[in-house]
Every structure is written in C-alpha cells, then in structure tokens.
Design a binder for this molecule. Structure first.
Ligand SMILES: O=C(O)CCC(=O)c1ccccc1C(=O)O
Ligand SMILES: [Mg+2]
Length: 384
C-alpha cells in the first residue's frame, strides 16, 4: 500500500459528568485521529488518546511523535501485510522484516509513546483490512468471534443512586457490572457494593476496580468484607509496582484479581509474565488496554502469553473515543477466550458521543459487522 495522505485531526471528548477513580477525576479527554489515505482511495483511521497516569506519553509528546511519523510515511509504500505494519512500527525490526516497512524513526533516542503507536498502528490495520476486504479482527485471528460481551461501568457515589444505575444497566441487558471502589472509607464502599448486589440479584456478574487505591492490609480487609457479595473479580486492589503484594493478595482473595495499572511499563509487563513466585501466575487476570500497551498487535502478544500462563485476559478502553474502542472491540473478539466482559461500554459517559455508531453496545454486547476494516467513516464520527 502507498500512503498518499497522512493527516492528524485533534479530538477532544467531553464527559457528561466527571469520572472519579482512586487515581483522579476526568472531565475531558484529548487526543488525535490519525487518518491515512492509500492510492486506491481507502481511508484508514486510528486514535491516539494518551492517559499519562496510566503509563502513556503526554499529549504534547503524542503530537510531536505522530507528526514526525506521519511526515515520514507520506508518499511511502509498505507491504500489504501484518509484517509490513510491524516492520514500520517496531523500533528495531529484524533484517528480513525491515524491507517490508517504512522507516519512520529518525534514529535518535526513541520515546516511549504507546498512544502514538496505537494511533498509527490502528490506522494502518484499518487500511490493510479494507484493502483485503475483511473485518479488522480477521487480521488478528482466524477464529474471531462476531460478538463481544461488555460490562456497564457504574458511576454514582451514593448507594441508592448506584443501585438504580445497576438496575437500569441490567434492564438494558448488561450481565456484568463494574464499580469503582477505594479512595473512601470501606464502610461506604461496602454499602455501595451491597446496594448493587441487592438490586440486581445473585446472577449478575459484579466486578470492582480499586485503581491501586488500597495498601495490602486494606486490600485484604476490603476483600474479606466485600467478598461476601459474590465478586467476579477485583482490578488492581494494591499499588501497581508491588507484584509480590498482588501475588499475596491473590492467594487469599475470594475471587480473581486483575492486574491493570501494573501493566503501565514494558518492564512491568515482562515481570508480570515471567516472574515465578510459586503456585501459578501472579494474578488470575490481566487487563489489556491497547492504548497503554502500544496497539492491538502488542496487546495480542501480551494476551496470548498470559493465556499460556493460565491467566484470563480482557480488554478495556482507557476512556477513549469510538475509533479506539472499535479497535479494542476487534481485539477482544480475537482473544483466545471471550468469557470475561470487555470494558468498552463507556460511550454513555461522554456528552458528545456520536448518537448512532456501529460500536454501541446493545443488550450487553457489541456485535461486529462483516464489513471491511473498522467500518467507520469520518462523516459518521463528525470529524472534519
Ligand atoms: O472497564 C471499563 O468499563 C472502563 C475502563 C475503566 O474503568 C478505566 C478507564 C480509564 C482509566 C482506567 C480504567 C480502569 O479500568 O482502571
Ligand atoms: Mg482498572
């Protein structure tokens, strides 16, 4: 494929109401749409929506890095294959790969820029899938599933309001609910979790996310108390850096522990996937955030290694836009197991989400259509 036009369009997302996590509160999100045109007139789209608190580069770095890469790509040709995309994106490709890609790095010190990498990779994958006339997920796995289960993310603070939100989500068809915990007294969190469980009954899956907000004794106390309410899993109960604490918490926890913020750096991902503390993997699940891991292809590698070690893997967005969530949905459909719901139902948190787009969850799942690439047009997204 020859890239005849490579453009960067700023994208600002506004949350309908600020989203509170133990890490901080988000009111807006800023990033870019990467748009690549090929010689046949196909347009591939990607999204770079950095979240520095989770290990990505800053917005300024995303901009600077992508600007350089897109300038280098303009007018160049790469092989019509996953290898061509890898050869272009990987910092130092092997000799046999190198000839398939385009050199986009100037050779000076390489920035860690996973959001920029995600944006360019997704645009290239979208373009490649369109050229081959297949849905993007087909590039990732032959056995991709057409449907992706998703969880509702509940946002209310007050137990009564939270219970009402839970009932509404279940009425819409969600079978998995996620509640943010920590950063408040355990009594308050227990009242919230209890209210949700009582509102939806025993069969709905309930997952919690502490965003690293408890220390180890607090996490153990919290799991002792909250485990009573039949939890599917708890994301990142303890601070991200301490793998041994996560391992210990998992050993006595009444449910799966998911490592999320722990995957913020390549070194930590390696440690998580190689460390042998005895008695199986460090934790029961890894949370795959493509924006943090630098794209769908690196995400696939992490998920497959995790699966080989006996860990679950599920995909979540980083509160990003439709294009990134579309890519994440294709990734989720290509993972070895689709049992655990993906965190991709965040569109309703935004004030400016396009009203009708093909990645809106219905009845608790996203259905992937049999159309080439991501199947998203710029018009549909309302970007110039
Ligand atoms: O999982 C979901 O439903 C949404 C994703 C989510 O909660 C999230 C969004 C932005 C930053 C961090 C997280 C997180 O899972 O910790
Ligand atoms: Mg999380």
């Amino acid at each position: 494929m020859r890239i005849t036009e490579a453009t960067l369009v700023p994208l600002r997302l506004t949350l309908a109401r600020p989203l509170k996590t133990a890490k901080g509160t988000y009111a807006t999100r800023d990033g870019f749409i990467v748009r690549l045109k090929d010689e046949d007139g196909h347009v591939g789209q990607g999204e770079a929506m950095p979240l520095p608190e989770f290990g990505t580069e800053s917005l300024a770095t995303t901009h600077q890095v992508l600007r350089g890469w897109l300038d280098a790509l303009q007018g160049q040709s790469l092989d019509d294959s996953i290898e061509g995309i890898e050869a272009t994106l990987v910092p130092s490709p092997s000799d046999e790969l190198r000839s398939l890609g385009v050199r986009i790095r100037s050779g000076e010190v390489e920035e860690h820029a996973p959001a920029a990498q995600h944006g360019l990779e997704l645009a290239l994958l979208d373009l490649l899938a369109q050229r081959k006339g297949v849905p993007l997920c087909w590039l990732l796995a032959e056995e991709a599933r057409p449907e992706v289960l998703v969880n509702a993310l509940l946002g209310a603070e007050d137990p009564k309001a939270l219970a009402q939100e839970a009932r509404e989500a279940v009425a819409e068809g969600f079978q998995t609910l996620k509640v943010k915990v920590a950063g408040r007294p355990l009594d308050a969190d227990e009242a919230r979790v209890k209210a949700v469980r009582e509102a939806v009954g025993p069969r709905i899956r309930l997952r919690l996310d502490a965003n690293g907000g408890w220390n180890e004794p607090e996490a153990n106390r919290a799991l002792d108390r909250l485990g009573w309410y039949e939890l599917e899993l708890v994301e990142q109960p303890t601070p991200p850096e301490d793998l041994q604490a996560l391992w210990r918490v998992q050993r006595r926890a009444p449910c799966i522990i998911g490592a999320d913020e722990t995957l913020a750096t390549p070194a930590a991902v390696r440690a998580l996937l190689t460390m042998d503390l005895g008695g199986g993997p460090v934790v029961g699940a890894v949370v795959i955030k493509p924006m943090v891991l630098g794209g769908l292809l690196p995400s696939m590698v992490v998920a497959l290694r995790a699966a080989r070690l006996g860990m679950h893997a599920y995909v979540t967005s980083s509160i990003d836009g439709v294009v990134a969530r579309a890519g994440a949905a294709h990734l989720a459909s290509a993972l070895p197991s689709g049992e655990l719901a993906s965190g991709l139902a965040v569109g309703r948190l935004f004030a400016d989400e396009p009203l009708d787009h093909p990645y809106r969850p219905e009845h608790g799942l996203i259905r992937l259509r049999d159309v080439p690439g991501l199947g998203l047009t710029p018009e549909l997204l309302g970007v110039p």
